[in-house]
Design a protein around this ligand. Structure first.
Ligand code: NAD
Ligand code: TYD
Length: 372
């Protein structure tokens, strides 16, 4: 089968590419990515040596680009990971989020409809080539924010609050519209916060790791009591693969592993884990960007509470009952193990961090945190 993976040079997309090559035989993978600040070909450089993969640099909003891909490759599945994905950036520049996340999605849907249609039924609905599917990688943020209790189910009303989540909601609605209006076979997955290797260091966990290694302050928004529901990225990839192959067309599936943590807990755990790993294995101190042998300064004194994010959602928490009971998916990585695996990966892969942060990131960091 031929998989078109958009955004395959970003955090989750790249992990998905790796997952697929490891776990599925007889596949052809076409990665379409515009290589924005968040996309890095280095992340999938080993995979790109594999003849099963083709890489196309291009924008999902560009009809010509997407048509060319469909023209050249007999695409069976579209997995749309490509997006502007960072809430803070969406607050600075909402329009780019609407363009990429909504119009890009619509362009992919339209092209898939065109190339997959083989005729019409008696009611005028398109009839599609057997076995094709479009999967939209969405987020739990479309449901808005929870209070102290309760969970997001697939029936929770959509209530996005940031430009990012509003754009992802718009994308979900246009996917549903193609499903209803044109009977295009689609699924939408809505996952909670991911963590793991290759996460761009503008997001909480990799940013905290990076700052600790540089001896910088650790910016916690507000009072640090906001809650996120964390899932190891490989578990997300497995869930997407499961939905693609077993999900009923037209259905939405929430993905999460019941792992709620306050932001401040995450920051403290990251601090104590880095320190412990460096005490146990002094070789890890090579990742430090500050001179001197002592690591006594790796402690909670580094934490600094900064101005809160505008419209900061209080709590996210997924109810994954539907995907677990109907499709048999369950998360395999316990948070205690996943976070250590992730931190070890960053300690061992500082070259990757240097590579992805060499350009736009410095400017972004100065703008976001420079004068806080
Ligand atoms: P990311 O920002 O790390 O990667 C996005 C990728 O998309 C990059 O490779 C980028 O170059 C590419 N891209 C951006 N605009 C493009 C365009 N116009 N055309 C082609 N490529 C473009 O994002 P991520 O964290 O890997 O998220 C992937 C998807 O998963 C997104 O749709 C996001 O909304 C969703 N999601 C993310 C999380 C999370 O915790 N990170 C959780 C749930 C859902
Ligand atoms: P983030 O990783 O940006 O993901 P999202 O906003 O999509 O959930 O942020 C996770 C949480 O961490 C969120 O509540 C905001 C908070 N946060 C900080 O406290 N400090 C930071 O520097 C960042 C980037 C995030």
């Amino acid at each position: 089968m031929n998989y078109l993976v958009t955004g395959g040079a970003g955090f989750i997309g790249a992990n998905f590419v790796k997952y697929l090559l490891k776990n599925r035989q007889d596949i052809k993978l076409i990665v379409l990515d515009d290589l924005t600040y968040a996309g890095n070909l280095g992340t999938i450089k080993e995979e790109l040596k594999n003849p099963k993969i083709a890489f196309v640099k291009g924008n999902i909003c560009d009809p010509q680009v997407v048509e060319t891909v469909f023209e050249k490759y007999n695409v069976d599945f579209v997995l749309n990971f490509a997006a502007e994905s960072h809430v803070d950036r969406s607050i600075e520049n909402p329009q780019l989020f609407l363009q990429t996340n909504i119009l890009g999605t619509q362009n992919l849907l339209e092209t898939a409809k065109k190339y997959w249609t083989k005729g019409k039924d008696e009611n005028g609905y398109p009839v599609y080539r057997e076995g094709v599917k479009y999967l939209q990688v969405s987020t739990d943020e479309v449901y808005g924010s929870l209070g102290d209790t309760g969970y997001f189910t697939e029936k929770t009303p959509l209530d996005p609050r940031s430009p990012y989540s509003a754009s992802k909601t718009g994308a979900d609605l246009i996917v549903t519209a193609y499903s209803e209006t044109y009977k295009l076979p689609v699924n939408i997955t809505r996952c909670s916060n991911n963590y793991g290797p290759y996460h761009f260091p503008e997001k909480l966990i990799p940013l905290i790791i990076k700052n600790i290694l540089e001896g910088k302050k650790l910016p916690v928004y507000g009072d640090g009591s906001n809650v996120r529901d964390w899932l190891y990225v490989e578990d997300h990839c497995k869930a997407i693969d499961t939905v693609l192959h077993k999900g009923s067309p037209g259905e939405i599936y929430n993905i999460g592993g019941h792992n709620e943590k306050k932001n401040i807990e995450i920051v403290k755990l990251t601090l104590s884990t880095i320190r412990r790993l460096m005490e146990e294995n002094p070789a890890y101190r090579k990742a430090l960007k500050v001179s001197g042998n002592s690591i006594d300064w790796i402690c909670e004194d580094l934490i600094t509470y900064v101005k809160d994010r505008l419209g900061h959602d209080k709590r996210y928490a997924i109810d994954p009952k539907k995907i677990t009971t109907e499709l048999g998916w369950y998360p395999e990585t316990k948070f205690e193990d996943g976070i250590v695996k992730t931190i070890r990966w960053y300690l061992e892969n500082q070259d990757w961090v240097a590579e992805v942060t060499s350009g736009d990131y410095q400017h972004y960091y100065q703008q976001m945190y420079g004068n806080r």
